[in-house]
Design a protein around this ligand. Sequence first.
Ligand code: ADP
Ligand code: ZN
Ligand code: ZN
Length: 731
Amino acid sequence: MSILRVALDVPLATLFDYLDGGRHAEVGSRVLVPFGRRQIAGIVLEKPEQSQMAQERLKPVLAVFDGEPTLSVETMRLARFCAEYYHYPVGQAVMSVLPGRLRDVKPALPEIQIGYRLTDSGRHVGIDALPKQALLQRKLWLALAQAEALDQAALAQLAAGWRGAFKVLRAKGWVEAVQLDAPLPPPVPFQPVPPPTLNADQQAAVDAIGAQLDGFGVWLLYGITGSGKTEVYMRLLQAALQQQNAQVLVLVPEINLTPQLEGRFRARFPGETIVALHSQMSDGERLRNWRLAESGRARIVIGTRLSVFTPIPHLKLIVVDEEHDASYKQQDGMRYSARDVAVMRAKQAGIPVVLGSATPALETWHNAQAGRYRLLTLTQRAVAQAQLPDIVCLDAKTPLLRDGLTPALINALRERLERGEQSLLFINRRGYSPVLLCSACAWVAPCHRCSSRLVVHLRQRRLKCHHCGHEERMPLQCPSCGNPDLHPAGQGTQRLEATLAELFPEARILRVDRDSTRRKGALEGMMTEVHGQRVDILVGTQMLAKGHDFPNLTLVGVVDTDSALFSPDFRAAERLFAQLMQVAGRAGRADKPGQVLIQTAFPDHALFHALRRHDYAEFAATLLNERQMAGFPPYCFQALLHAEANHFEPVRDFLNDAVDQAHNFAHSVTVYDPVRPALARLKGMERAHLLIQAESRAALQGFLQSWVPLLAKHKLAGKLRWSVEVDPLEV
Ligand code: ADP
Ligand code: ZN
Ligand code: ZN
């Protein structure tokens, strides 16, 4: 009897053998299996000749979910590779790449897939065969007679109690089920946009990559915002799609950016089926798009990080836009970097991958400098008149600050208002103010579940933890000393909005942050307002920094950056530079020159020197130099072991033992002592981690291969949450 080796969503680094039991499961089939007392879904990864277990101990699978797509060999291979590289249980790695519906223990075919129609006999007997008083039956019959087939949703719309009447018709053999084809998204009406003539840089990039579409290669497309990277992607997609049946995958960092890009792609490729994949879709929608990709029907797949695992049988090209963006990093479960997985995937598939950015991640830049990735540079803005904005630092040490705004910034805002131009004020903190402070005893409102402070949301008179979501009413007096004089201290988007409303009562101000855009479609609505010139001043967080193009925006003000300049995190400066370049890119995109004013107490910092000259390469060289001297990535390779529990003792004991075990065979890596992260308590969990550092990837991987299985066997391993993170971004 044949044996099935199955991936299951359980935290053990192994696969599980079952008997086929005559059900004819294939490699890649989804099956239902008994596991302990439960029944769970899994994927058949192999059909081995024999099992390590005695045949009589193997149990048969309970069901094979027939009619569902099987997981492709390539996708399984990619997931298994990631399980090894990220030291994550193989079954969980495979299961985590599936859309939610395919992890359920029931058939995943969405209801919409099944339709009903009259059988020949049902049509033949005619409506008069139905009793006169059976109104519902007659109604269903009529509707079915008029349609080719109807799905459950359509039937339910006819009458809430349709099921009873439907059963009668079905029992008589007058109705049958049919499988409907997955409906495609409706075509979008469009005005075909003639593609622009490429400039020399763009043409060189398209030629270079276009000449090597038939093999693996990593290309870094480096060019400031507006230099025409997206135009280059589109030409490459077009070239790749000329191959028969070819499909392409485009990764974007933010859900908010998918509709925009989708719109541009639809206008350029009106005949192609384009699908998006991201986590804010309903399970049904996501499964449908996943299947469109998997069946080869969708030729362009756009998605956020999770879509890097989408099965795409004829994949010919991968594009990773804004490759430096931190949202490509998955921060729980399997902690992968979608950019790095995209590179691995391209290598497995033997196809090119294009990484695009104005401010590449230092790791990527380093790879390009070393010749492992091929660098292509777009040196200027694509639209001839669009000049680079002028970047100026404003000394924030001046005593004339009004609620955090310097007089120079206020004047600049006034000028824009008078000229009818738009401004954007950037501050990376939502809420009214980051702390609530007692003026008498210096008490600050803490979160009881996290080692963090509660953020003041003044209009709702509530305090909120931005780490765990905890909320409470603002106290009327200090819980510590009884003083009623409690101050919101520091700036957030809401406070800035209020200050501006006082300064410029006539201005139309719009705040864009996670709070104001929670509703579905809210952000798009706001962007329409901005484009329609119904907004004078935009106040917002980094949500505004990405991708949006505002032709009439001529001023960008950056209110508060300095905390990032001296962060203990060695990547903070790199991230700040990328963020400021990106917000600066919002100014002066069309024919009006833009200005960027940055308030800082440290205008002489190297970061601002490079920023004023729009010189990423200069700053990258400085940073790489520092990293090399300090022995930080990309000049070394790191992994973290995270642990957390309700109490600190098991965390401490587990990590201390992990250090001891590591020392037994840590010849080629450095093992650091456990430390507590800045957020030592999160959601009521006590946290700590320890850092492993190696001079080569191979040394790090070799060490982890011996060490991680020992951790899994530790007596505390089942009593706390622990995880390994390879290539962490926050150390
Ligand atoms: P990026 O992706 O680098 O930010 P885009 O590709 O979005 O840049 O280009 C910025 C703007 O310039 C877009 O409005 C685009 O249509 C336009 N554009 C791009 N390439 C050209 C070109 N060769 N000639 C004229 N306009 C161009
Ligand atoms: Zn007090
Ligand atoms: Zn909290």
